[in-house]
Design a protein. Structure first.
Length: 455
C-alpha cells in the first residue's frame, strides 16, 4: 500500500486522483488544497467542477481510499508519493510578464514539502511546467540537512476538459520522465506500476526528465497551432467562397494530416493553450532562439485575430452598429461539456460587444456562475439567462460560442419568431443547419463559409 498525495484539487488534481484511487484500491489517495471551499465541494454532492462521469468515479471511492483535505502539512508528512498539481498561470508582473510561467505556487509547494518531510518521497510534476523546472525542484528539495532522499518524476497530464474521465481511463499515452540514476529509475518504476493497473504497458512512455517536461508544452503548441491553421484558412474561405468544413474533410482524409482538431471556430480558449504557448515562446527567447519564438507566437496571434474578426463580422453585417441592440450569446464555457470559462472566446466576444454598447445576454447550461465571476465589473452590464429561448427573445442577433449539443437541437422557428427582424445568427462553432436557418428567415454567418443573406 502506498500513501499517495496530490497537492492541488483543481481540474487536473481532482479527476486524476479519483481515477487513480478507483483503479488502485490498495493505495490510499488524499487530495489537498489551500482552498477550503474547493475541498468542501469535493466532499459534497456538488463537485466543484462539471465533468461528465466524474461524480460516479468520485462516489465509487470517496471515503474508501480517496480523501479530500485542507491539512496540507500533515498529509505531506504521511505521503510516499506526492503529485503536485497546483496552477502555473502566466506571470503578470516583472521579468517575463505576459509570457513566462508564474512559478510562485509551485515553489511554495516545494518548500512546504521540504519542511514537512521526515521520510524519503517521490515528487511528481503533474502541473505543466517550463522545461528544466525539475532541476530547480531538486535543488530546493535537496537543500535539506536531514539527508532525505527526494526523487522527482515528470508526469504531465494530457486530459482535455469535458472528456477528462474518458481520457484518464483510456489515455493515448502516459508520459513519465526521470533521472537516469538507480533511485530515479526506481521512482519511475513506482509510477509505471501505478498506471499499469489500467493502462497497457506499451502506452506508458518513459523518457528523460527534460523530454517529458518539454513534450507537454509541445503537445499543446501543436494542437493549438492546428486550430490556428484551420482558422486562418477560414478567413480565406470567407473571401473566396471556399467552405472550411469541406476543406477540413478533404485534407483530413490524408492519413498524414488526420481528421481530428480541424474544426474552425471563433478561436480556442481554455486555461492552457495560450499560457503554454507563451511559456514556450518565453523559453525560446530565453535560450536565444527568437525565430523559433516568433514562429510559435503566431499561433496565439492568429487566435486573437480570429476572435476579433468574429466581432467585426457581427458589427459590419449589422449595419455597423450594435449599440442598444440585444445580442444573445449562446455558450460561455470555452468548450462543450465543461463549466470552465477560463480564456473562453465567449468572454472576449462579450467584452468587445459591451464596448460597442450592445445589450449582451449570456446563456449556458453549466458555466454561468463562472462567467459572472470572470467578467468582474462587466458582469453588471450583462444579463445572465439559463433558458436559451428567453435569452433570444427580443434579440437582434444570436451568436453560438460554445458547441453544446443542446444548441443544435433548439427550435429555431420559435426563436426566430421571438426576435427583432431582420434576425441575424453568427455560428462561431459551425454546429447549426445553416440552410434551414436561412429558410426560416435568418441571415446566417457561419465560420469559413459564404454567409446566407436575405436582401
Ligand atoms: P486549477 O486552478 O483548477 O487547480 C489548481 C489548484 O491548486 C487550486 O485549487 C489551488 O487552490 C491549488 N493550490 C495552489 N497553490 C497551492 C498550495 N500551495 N497548496 C495547496 N493547493 C494549492 O488548475 P488546473 O486546471 O487543475 O491545472 C493545474 C495544472 O495542470 C496547471 O499547470 C495546468 O497547466 C495543468 N493542466 C491543466 C489541464 C486542464 O485541463 N485544466 C490539463 C492538463 C494540464
Ligand atoms: C487541451 C488539450 O487538448 C489537452 O491534451 C491538454 O491536456 C489540455 O489542453 C491542457 O493542457 O490543459 P482542453 O483545453 O481542455 O485540452 O480542450 P481542447 O479540446 O483541447 O479544446 C481547447 C480549445 O480549442 C477549445 O476552446 C475548443 O473549442 C477549441 N477547439 C478544439 C477548436 O476550436 N477546434 C477544434 O478542432 C478543437
Amino acid at each position: 500500500m502506498a500513501n499517495i498525495l496530490c497537492i492541488g484539487a483543481g481540474y487536473v488534481g481532482g479527476p486524476t486522483m479519483a481515477v487513480i484511487a478507483q483503479k488502485c484500491p490498495e493505495h490510499r489517495v488524499v487530495v489537498v488544497d489551500i482552498s477550503a471551499a474547493r475541498i468542501a465541494a469535493w466532499q459534497s454532492d456538488q463537485l466543484p467542477i462539471y465533468e461528465p462521469g466524474l461524480k460516479e468515479v468520485v462516489l465509487s471511492c470517496r471515503d474508501r481510499n480517496l480523501f479530500f483535505s485542507t491539512e496540507v502539512d500533515r498529509h505531506i508528512a504521511e505521503a510516499d508519493i506526492i503529485f503536485v498539481s497546483v496552477n502555473t498561470p502566466t506571470k503578470s508582473f516583472g521579468q517575463g510578464a505576459g509570457k513566462a510561467a508564474d512559478l510562485q505556487y509551485w515553489e511554495k509547494t516545494a518548500r512546504q514539502i521540504l519542511q514537512n518531510s521526515r521520510t524519503p518521497k517521490i515528487v511528481v510534476e503533474k502541473s505543466t511546467l517550463p522545461v528544466r523546472t525539475a532541476e530547480a525542484l531538486e535543488r530546493i528539495l535537496h537543500s535539506n540537512s536531514r539527508g532525505l532522499q527526494f526523487d522527482v518524476v515528470s508526469n504531465p497530464e494530457f486530459l482535455a476538459e469535458g472528456t477528462a474521465i474518458r481520457d484518464l481511463e483510456d489515455p493515448d499515452r502516459v508520459l513519465l520522465g526521470a533521472r537516469d540514476t538507480p533511485s530515479g529509475q526506481r521512482a519511475l518504476q513506482a509510477l509505471v506500476d501505478i498506471y499499469a493497473h489500467w493502462v497497457p504497458r506499451d502506452r506508458i512512455i518513459t523518457t528523460n526528465l527534460w523530454s517529458s517536461e518539454l513534450s507537454k508544452l509541445v503537445a499543446n503548441a501543436f494542437l493549438a497551432q492546428r486550430i490556428s491553421s484551420i482558422n486562418s484558412i477560414s478567413a480565406l474561405c470567407e473571401k473566396t467562397e471556399g467552405d472550411i468544413q469541406e476543406i477540413a474533410r478533404a485534407i483530413g482524409r490524408d492519413s498524414r494530416i488526420g481528421p481530428r482538431f480541424l474544426n474552425a471556430s471563433v478561436g480556442f480558449g481554455g486555461s492552457c493553450f495560450k499560457k503554454d504557448i507563451l511559456n514556450l515562446v518565453y523559453l525560446c527567447e530565453h535560450y536565444g532562439l527568437p525565430e523559433v519564438a516568433h514562429y510559435w507566437e503566431q499561433a496565439v496571434k492568429m487566435n486573437e485575430y480570429q476572435q476579433a474578426r468574429f466581432v467585426s463580422n457581427i458589427l459590419f453585417s449589422m449595419f455597423n452598429t450594435v449599440a442598444g441592440k440585444r445580442v444573445a450569446l449562446f455558450g460561455a464555457a470555452f468548450k462543450a461539456n465543461t463549466s470552465d470559462t477560463r480564456e473562453s472566446p465567449a468572454l472576449n466576444v462579450c467584452r468587445a460587444l459591451l464596448e460597442e454598447n450592445a445589450e449582451v445576454v449570456m446563456t449556458d447550461p453549466h458555466a454561468l456562475e463562472n462567467t459572472r465571476s470572470d467578467l468582474g465589473a462587466d458582469a453588471r452590464r450583462v444579463v445572465f439567462e439559463a433558458d436559451p429561448y428567453i435569452a433570444a427573445a427580443g434579440a437582434h442577433a444570436l451568436a453560438i460560442l460554445t458547441e453544446w449539443t443542446l444548441y443544435s437541437e433548439l427550435d429555431y422557428e420559435i426563436i426566430y419568431e421571438s426576435m427583432v427582424k431582420p434576425g441575424f445568427i453568427f455560428d462561431g462553432r459551425n454546429i447549426l443547419d445553416h440552410r434551414r436557418l436561412f429558410q426560416i428567415g435568418f441571415n446566417v454567418y457561419p465560420i469559413g463559409k459564404p454567409p446566407l443573406i436575405h436582401f
